[in-house]
Write a protein that binds this ligand. Structure first.
Ligand SMILES: [Zn+2]
Length: 238
């Protein structure tokens, strides 16, 4: 059976988190959704994500998020947050908080740091945090970067896709997901000569393909194909 996860973004629509150069709630939602998208489209992952749109107090918000997690059948809980300390242009970095998932936290923090250049602050045990303490499955809380560090925010913006891909890659490895084969996109198309003669074509990965014999004959060329050498010779008919 496939391992499942539940992801959530920190805080809520009406009970906001940290805010300076960027807004924690807005960015946490983007990262959560993108990691979920990658896990379910590029990997054979399964799970769900949650954003709290209703709570109006801190306690209600924490309980609402944890209740959602605890109601799902799952093997891992993860939550996306952004850190804050004091306004600075200096880099501060990424860290991952855990109750007992130290190894996974270290891997996620290192992976984000590697692809983004964010300083790797590493795993930090925080047993008292409501989310980590009250989700009864293994849980990690990712603090992607500091909203009040100008250097962090610049690295985050520049490397958003790579950061989400790195988180997904580590979670996928932990949950035993494998990458899906790239889908070859194909579409039917048509090649036309002087708006009146046409031959069927197919678009594969953004390139239009036709059979060489069909296009040659459409252009009035003679086709000689050698099956042994695999050479197709075209001759202008004089
Ligand atoms: Zn937070």
């Amino acid at each position: 059976m496939t391992n499942r996860y539940v992801g959530s973004s920190g805080h809520g629509l009406k009970i906001r988190g940290a805010k300076h150069f960027i807004d924690e709630v807005d960015e946490s939602r983007k990262v959560t959704n993108e990691v979920h998208r990658i896990l379910t489209t590029q990997y054979n992952g399964a799970g769900s994500v949650f954003h709290d749109d209703t709570s109006t107090t801190q306690n209600q918000n924490l309980q609402t998020i944890v209740n959602y997690h605890n109601k799902q059948a799952r093997d891992l809980d993860w939550s996306i947050h952004f850190n804050a300390a004091s306004v600075t242009d200096a880099p501060r970095g990424v860290e991952v908080l855990y109750y007992d998932m130290r190894d996974l936290s270290a891997k996620v923090s290192a992976a984000i740091s590697k692809v983004s250049g964010l300083k790797d602050r590493g795993p930090k045990q925080r047993n008292e945090l409501y989310f980590l303490k009250n989700t009864y499955k293994p849980a990690i809380l990712i603090e992607v970067c500091f909203v009040d560090s100008e250097a962090d925010v610049a690295l985050y913006h520049k490397n958003f896709n790579a950061i989400c891909a790195a988180i997904a890659e580590v979670l996928a490895a932990h949950l035993g997901y494998t990458k899906k084969k790239e889908e070859v996109k194909e579409a039917q198309a048509k090649v036309m000569l002087n708006d009146n003669k046409s031959i069927p074509a197919v678009i594969i990965d953004g390139r239009t393909h036709v059979q060489v014999r069909e296009i040659a004959e459409l252009l009035g060329l003679k086709v000689v194909y050698n099956n042994e050498s695999k050479i197709t010779k075209l001759y202008e008919v004089k």
